[in-house]
Write a protein that binds this ligand. Structure first.
Ligand SMILES: Cc1cc2nc3c(=O)[nH]c(=O)nc-3n(C[C@H](O)[C@H](O)[C@H](O)COP(=O)(O)OP(=O)(O)OC[C@H]3O[C@@H](n4cnc5c(N)ncnc54)[C@H](O)[C@@H]3O)c2cc1C
Length: 391
């Protein structure tokens, strides 16, 4: 079990923190800026790209993540265009339902959102002049009271503290902790977004279908839109062309239940990424610099929690800074509140990936029998432990 955060004071900051620099304008970096601004602490996001944008796929936000959005006053904005999910089905590739997991009655919903909608909502909580595009972080220097941050465009900025929210291949992490290369976990993940009007998907039911060394997931994004993902065991590779991706997937998943072939066929764009993560890091913080989101604890996508963990980090970090008497104390508190929980999610996600990617026919047949016999309540209990977290 991880420590549940003790209620934190969020009134006027007692620590005289004038400014925080955040490297990376993804979900984690922008959420951190939004959380800090909400608590009255100035934060500037530096993003290397010329515009802030997220890939088109859907993102599952479980109640632990939507609770963060509620704290930021953004839940309604995100909820409107999204799809609510109440159940999760585990299916065999013939279509048989092996397990029906009720996600439970939480104070906030489980939503599948377009990543771009989530980012747009988070950006409404950050003053536009606090987002600096075209700023690629190169290195930093620390003194006892400041951090100087240098960018590839030749500019330099100074902050009281810096957060590296620059993703799984974090340059900030490399700079302050040494090189930590992400580990490829032996399978590839494809994603697509489609509309579907047939009767093979029940409203509110997301699902994951298990085959031999392959899975296919379907998540409802609301208003007739769905995001799907597929996985397959294979050596690390550079993605082939879009048409080849589609042909390969159709061939790999021939004979899988409806509407899987139709969902693949109708996808206009299919993304392909390897499944990478990192073993839990021994430390996140060096002096006045710390890490957040995928830079701190990248995990495989099996629990759909990477973005949720980044949102949790963001709010907890802001509360720690707002409530502490010194930066050291704030960073220590952030570390102690977040490390155990994110380690647990990283490890559980890795394990779920191993089990989901089993390929041996005997083992897969055994998994199917065991899954159909296990009580769903066992999984509901485990889900509840993850989703009831309050940042
Ligand atoms: C296939 C797949 C499915 C997933 N599904 C889910 C899901 O359903 N639910 C969920 O919660 N999570 C999911 N995740 C995980 C989620 O996408 C990540 O955990 C999340 O995007 C991490 O956000 P982040 O802000 O930490 O990093 P990122 O989103 O990677 O953002 C990092 C930002 O930093 C910028 N940057 C990088 N280097 C520099 C630099 N040197 N200088 C300046 N800027 C820089 C990048 O351009 C980028 O904008 C999934 C991941 C994958 C791969």
């Amino acid at each position: 079990m991880w420590n549940r955060p003790a209620p934190l004071r969020v009134e006027k900051p007692s620590l005289q923190m004038k400014s925080v620099g955040i490297i990376g304008g993804g979900i984690g970096g922008v959420a951190a800026a939004a959380s800090l601004h909400k608590l009255g602490i100035a934060a500037t996001v530096y993003e290397r790209a010329a515009e802030l944008k997220e890939v088109g796929a859907g993102l599952m936000l479980w109640p632990n993540a939507t609770r963060v959005l509620q704290s930021l006053g953004l839940l309604e904005q995100v909820q409107f265009p999204a799809g609510a999910n109440t159940h999760f089905l585990v299916r065999a590739n013939c279509g048989k339902i092996l397990m029906n997991i009720a996600l439970g009655d939480f104070d906030v919903p489980a939503l599948c959102v377009r990543r771009s909608d989530l980012l747009a909502a988070l950006l409404t909580a950050v003053p536009p002049d606090r987002i600096r595009l075209g700023h690629e972080f190169t290195h930093l220097e620390q003194t006892s009271s400041k951090v100087q941050v240098h960018f590839a465009n030749g500019s330099t900025e100074e902050h009281d503290a810096v957060i590296g929210a620059d993703g799984i291949r974090s340059r900030v992490r490399e700079h302050v902790l040494g090189i930590c290369e992400p580990v490829y976990r032996g399978y590839t993940v494809w994603r697509g977004v489609v509309t579907y009007a047939g009767s093979a998907i029940r409203e509110g039911y997301s699902s994951e279908t298990w085959g031999r060394g392959s899975r296919f997931g379907i998540l409802g994004m609301g208003h007739g839109w769905f995001t799907w993902y597929a996985t397959a065991n294979m050596p690390r590779r550079d993605p082939p062309s879009l048409q080849q991706r589609k042909e390969e997937l159709i061939q790999r998943l021939t004979g899988w239940h409806e509407p899987i072939p139709a969902l693949i066929e109708s996808a206009e764009f299919i993304m392909e990424n390897g499944a990478f993560d990192l073993p839990p890091l021994p430390q996140w913080t060096a002096g006045r610099v710390t890490l957040l989101g995928d830079a701190a604890h990248p995990c495989t996508p099996n629990l759909g929690q990477g973005g949720g963990m980044a949102l949790e980090d963001a709010l907890v970090f802001a509360k720690c800074v707002a409530g502490a008497s010194s930066l050291d104390a704030a960073l220590q508190q952030y570390d102690s509140l977040r490390r155990h929980r994110t380690r647990h999610i990283q490890q559980r996600s890795l394990m779920m990936g191993h089990i989901g990617q089993w390929q041996n026919p005997v083992v897969v047949a055994g998994r199917r029998v065991v899954t159909s016999l296990l009580p769903a309540a066992l999984f509901e209990h485990n889900f509840r432990r993850v989703y009831s977290y309050e940042s």
